[in-house]
Design a protein around this ligand. Sequence first.
Ligand code: AP5
Length: 222
Amino acid sequence: MRLILLGPPGAGKGTLAGRLTDCLSVPHLSSGDILRAQVRQGSDLGPALQKYMESGQLVPDDLIVKVMISRVTQPDCAAGFILDGFPRTLPQAQALNDQLTEVQAPIDMVIYLDAGEQVIISRLAGRRVCPLCDANYHIETMPPATSGKCDRDGTDLQARPDDAPQVIRTRLQEYSRLTEPLLEYYGTAGRFARLDGNKDIEEVFGQAQEVLTKTFGCVDEL
Ligand code: AP5
């Protein structure tokens, strides 16, 4: 199962991918998490990446394409993957398509999580993340068991620097300018489903289950 999750910042791509990765048994590849890990590990590119991310701008295509193509060609992706946050521009989509065509492993489905601006803003304002393991919480809709602490490792949770209101505005502008054109690119290309991402987590997961079951008949795996 090679799946792409598309949608604006805060639509719930990472949260849905986290649920689907378990039941589909394929890795969840979040481009944002991969970039943040590079920054944390002090890679040469780290400072440049951090500057783009903290300002809400997309990192250049050539850079992210290199990182993500190398990731999808790792052995753990042989049976498939869930892409969250990549591709995000037409050149990125074309580069991914070229790579997957070469290895005869096309994308099986694109799921578009749609969500309104007010929902997005309140989700990002309430998001808290673990700086150690990237686990994702929301102070109201997905709180940790102990307030302010990661359930997995007890680390103090933080707001993401790019969840500041002025940065959210830039991210939304980048999304409309550069990522929205992918809806047409994938919408006309075959298996494409739009989910209502404004709904709560269980409902969104239920919509995804329904679409995947209808398309692939994989009721047992879900
Ligand atoms: P990235 O980390 O990918 O951020 P994003 O796409 O803006 O997505 P988010 O992680 O903010 O949102 P999400 O849709 O995953 O929502 P989530 O599930 O977390 O990218 C960060 C930066 O990296 C970019 O700005 C860019 O600089 C760079 N970058 C990354 N990929 C790139 C690329 N391909 N090209 C160039 N640059 C790239 O949910 C949000 C909150 O809501 C959480 O708190 C969650 O608990 C809660 N929540 C989720 N779903 C629900 C629900 N249904 N109901 C209630 N609450 C919910």
